[in-house]
Design a protein around this ligand. Sequence first.
Ligand SMILES: Nc1ncnc2c1ncn2[C@@H]1O[C@H](COP(=O)(O)OP(=O)(O)OP(=O)(O)O)[C@@H](O)[C@H]1O
Ligand SMILES: [Mg+2]
Length: 212
Amino acid sequence: MLRVDELRFAHPGQSEPYNFSFIAAPGEVTAISGASGSGKSTLLDLLAGFLTPLSGRIDLDGKDLLALPPEARPVSLLLQSESLFEHLRADRNIELGLPAHTGRSEAAARIAQVLAEVGLEDVGPQVASTLSGGQKQRVALARTLLRDRPVLLLDEPFSALDDETRVTTRDLVLTLTRRHAWHTILVSHHADDVAALASRRYRLAAGRLLEA
Ligand SMILES: Nc1ncnc2c1ncn2[C@@H]1O[C@H](COP(=O)(O)OP(=O)(O)OP(=O)(O)O)[C@@H](O)[C@H]1O
Ligand SMILES: [Mg+2]
């Protein structure tokens, strides 16, 4: 279980700090909605360790995540349009998620395995700039699979996709969340994405999360 307790944070010049408390269970998607500017991305940045809170706790199965720097946190982040290196092949983009000491044949096997898991067996050699938006998001998901970190943060991950691709991509997120027992935190404006995926829902307003 991921537990966030009284996590307080203020941007420069912000008089009333955010105060975030919520829980997210393994194998479930937890949705966070809220108006533009309400602090959703700020919350994800705190979880990822890109921002430092004034006080509060983030625990994963009893382990204190605030003590860890971003690179050591068991967290992956997937954004709206994923930052693939456009000039690199899909498989090279994924390889960047592997530890540097990984041997060549092991790397090739793991890359093939995660590409298959997201349904992209054949796109490994394709340069990222030639992939569709949905394929790029799935390559990005394949990279998070490789790291297999138990917390997956999604910030409007489907909003650049057409309706049909959005449905297949979000189904894939749900399948992978269940299969790998990820604690998936989904920030989304789309009520139907939330309805399709979320087991637990929160609404962010006036700096706090309310169960919705
Ligand atoms: N680095 C920063 N310095 C000062 N204020 C910031 C900074 N980053 C964000 N803010 C402010 O904090 C508030 C919350 O921003 P945040 O990006 O978390 O909102 P959001 O809920 O993700 O919005 P959206 O739905 O538009 O993505 C906004 O008022 C924003 O202007
Ligand atoms: Mg945002």
